[in-house]
Write a protein that binds this ligand. Structure first.
Ligand code: PLP
Length: 408
């Protein structure tokens, strides 16, 4: 039974792929007193975070910051650019793509949901949930859309339910090859600041992100990075919007303010997070996550369990999905690991319920927290009677010992 007045000793291992563990430095920054959001000090904070977050998205164009979850930022992207009945081409890569598609339908759009057909022989799971977006399928669908009914292509960059990434530059090339004018919208809610991402260079029109994953903040900020074309289209788009409307926010952001009360203390945290990420350098941040991911994959391979991502070029640097043997309830395993070792792992979502668990390797982590995480999983698997081929802990230790991260 959960007791809210009781915390187990030591640090909880929050190894779900978001919310991620928040560094103490950020928690301290957020404990500053809340200030007047119309005062001069706030304007300076606003300008600083708006400039810094643009560097993380790699854009020279406006980034809109909402006091919202990532789901709100999904809605903002669609509501600002689409009109009732517009067709949107979406790709089924997992649960988050599925939820975004469901939202498009609820907003009065007509989602066309592409999926790789078939079932994977090794695991009996949907193939679409083990692979990334296939750019050729998008190109073919756009070429067939002679009437130009499709107004947007929407893809998830880092599918948090599976641990599979997608090649966004290749999606843009496919759209250009088809000479189709649809907007490109990308959800990188769990990818931003952990996985390489380039809003301008990849020709993305709207990028959606959130605070509680790679940015190492608590939940509560949603982002839309815009392109000039997205801003242009928003002027004539007819879906109703008010709270989410970009125009007033972008205008007031020029002086560092918002039309309504922004989440001041989370913005203190964002300012600190940007200092940490940009101070270290994004390339090194990405290398660090790649290295952690490779260490965790070495552990899963040593156990002899399949990794949810079936394409070696598309492994997520943010999380690893581990498929459990048929007949073992992955959620019962997660529950026992939580109870015994105070370690939270991600659940199998949607079509993967009960069949897999997810290990997050993002946020305030290091080699030893990840080795401990792998140890918690290994003990849990052994207690559940899962026959393991070898020790994942040993494999992770060897991986991290042999491959030091270059100095900052
Ligand atoms: C976490 C996540 C979301 C949902 O964000 P919320 O903040 O929970 O609303 C959407 N898409 C992806 C890829 C995510 O990882």
């Amino acid at each position: 039974m959960l007791q809210l007045d009781h915390h187990p000793s030591g640090r909880h291992f929050l190894q779900i792929p978001g919310p991620s563990p928040v560094p103490d430095r950020i928690l301290r920054a957020m404990s500053l007193p809340t200030i007047d959001h119309r005062g001069p000090e706030f304007g300076a904070l606003g300008l600083k975070v708006l400039a810094g977050i643009g560097q993380v998205f790699k854009t020279r164009h406006p980034v809109v910051i909402y006091p919202s979850s990532g789901t709100g930022a999904w809605e903002a992207a669609l509501a600002n650019t689409m009109s009732p009945g517009d067709s949107v081409l979406m790709v089924e890569t997992g649960q988050f793509a599925t939820l975004w598609q469901k939202m498009a339908g609820r907003l009065g759009l007509e989602p066309d949901f592409l999926a790789l057909p078939g079932i994977d022989a090794e695991t009996g799971l949907a193939l679409a949930w083990r692979h990334g977006v296939e750019p050729q399928l998008i190109e073919d669908r756009l070429r067939a859309d002679a009437g130009r009914r499709i107004k947007a292509v929407c893809v998830v960059h880092n599918e948090t339910s599976t641990g599979v990434t997608s090649d966004i530059a290749a999606v843009r090339r496919a759209m250009d090859a088809a000479h189709h004018p649809a907007l490109l919208m990308v959800d990188t809610i769990s990818g931003l600041a952990s996985a390489d991402y380039r809003h301008d260079e990849w020709g993305v029109d709207v990028t959606i992100a959130g605070s509680q994953k790679g940015l190492m903040l608590p939940p509560g900020i949603g982002f839309n990075a815009l392109s000039p074309r997205a801003l242009e289209v928003s002027k004539t788009a007819r879906l109703p919007r008010s709270y989410w409307a970009w125009d007033e926010i972008v205008e007031m952001n020029k002086s560092g303010y918002w039309p309504y009360t922004p989440n001041t203390n989370l913005l203190y945290g964002l300012s600190e997070s940007l200092d940490m990420l940009l101070g270290e350098g994004l390339d090194r941040v990405f290398q660090r996550h790649q290295r952690w991911a490779a260490g965790v994959r070495a552990a899963v391979r040593a156990w002899g369990l399949p990794i949810q991502c079936a394409d070696p070029a598309l492994h997520s640097p943010v999380l690893t999905g581990v498929i459990t043997p048929q007949g073992l309830d992955a959620d019962a395993l997660r529950k026992s690991i939580h109870e015994r070792f105070d370690l939270s792992l991600g659940t199998g979502l949607g079509k993967l319920k009960g069949r897999m668990f997810r290990i997050g390797h993002l946020g305030d982590s290091n080699d030893l927290t990840l080795i401990a995480t792998v140890a918690g999983c290994e003990m849990g698997l052994q207690l559940a009677g899962v026959p393991l081929q070898g020790s994942g802990v040993q494999a992770a230790m060897e991986h991290f010992a042999k491959q030091p991260l270059p100095a900052a």
